[in-house]
Design a protein. Structure first.
Length: 272
């Protein structure tokens, strides 16, 4: 993609993020890796709804400024993603309200409730909290970036990435839409997960079609918890809400609602 098209698309995506309330005020940041290896990024502390071409920053892959504009304070997060994922050329970070509500509640978006989401996005794990713009944040995200196309950042927001700006934005949009549907279904009494055989078929379809490869199978993924499909790597981090909570207090164990219900029903059966 030539630089002029990248600049135009980036500004349009900033506007869309603002119009859809994925960001307010100066929240969020977007970048694209240009063909010559330079990074075009939103400047720090600037409203995405009022972004103009002359404000955009350019850096190299180490984050050194190549023009007079100061890039986002979260540039290190973007550079980490480009380093870990050679297939990725664009990153969108925002605070979309429904997705961020999951991040604030300490929950990943990993329940198998929507066929299209299993096909196109896969599960969205939750990275532990890290202070924005510091190594804490990038260290928490690093183990998850390879296996997922979008992440939640605890008590912060969401990031999605892809082979171009539109794919990164589409993934952010799918994340937010999924989180909204998950919350609404809970208001209606709770969502029903797809059965394991249906999930297995969807995962086979997505791998055969090349939407997502085996790398997207992860132990953190609620889809795979329900199927017989093996995770290709046994040493993946488990970034479920329970691991986030237990990290907050030594010796303290916390469970998801489903885990608690299962434990209680096992205890009831033992007492019968
Ligand atoms: P910047 O304005 O530095 O890009 O930071 C915005 C943001 O959303 C931080 O999480």
């Amino acid at each position: 993609m030539d630089e002029q098209t990248a600049r135009r698309d980036l500004i349009r995506i900033c506007q869309l993020m603002y119009e859809r309330s994925y960001v307010v005020s100066s929240d969020g940041n977007v970048s694209v890796l240009l063909e010559d290896g330079r990074v075009l990024a939103t400047p720090t502390m600037t409203c995405k709804g009022r972004m103009t071409d002359d404000l955009l920053a350019i850096t190299d892959l180490e984050g050194s400024a190549l023009n007079g504009n100061r890039a986002s304070s979260e540039l290190a997060m973007h550079l980490l993603i480009y380093r870990e994922r050679p297939d990725v050329r664009a990153v969108c970070h925002a605070h979309p309200p429904h997705g961020t509500a999951f991040a604030v509640a300490g929950l990943p978006i990993d329940q198998p409730i929507l066929s299209e989401v299993i096909l196109t996005l896969g599960c969205v794990p939750l990275a532990e909290y890290g202070t924005p713009s510091t190594d804490e944040l990038t260290n928490a995200m690093r183990p998850l970036v390879k296996h997922h196309n979008a992440l939640l950042m605890a008590n912060h927001g969401a990031v999605a990435y892809g082979s171009d700006l539109w794919q990164a934005f589409d993934r952010l949009e799918t994340l937010e839409h999924t989180a909204k549907i998950a919350i609404l279904s809970r208001v209606l009494g709770g969502s029903r997960n797809l059965p394991p055989d249906a999930i297995e078929k969807l995962i086979n379809v997505r791998e055969a079609a090349g939407y997502l490869d085996e790398g997207a199978r992860c132990q953190a993924c609620g889809y795979l918890h329900e199927t017989s499909l093996a995770c290709p790597s046994g040493d993946r981090p488990v970034a479920r809400s329970s691991s986030y909570s237990s990290a907050n207090g030594a010796g303290k164990v916390s469970l998801t609602r489903e885990e608690l219900v299962e434990l209680l029903s096992q205890a009831t059966r033992l007492n019968d």
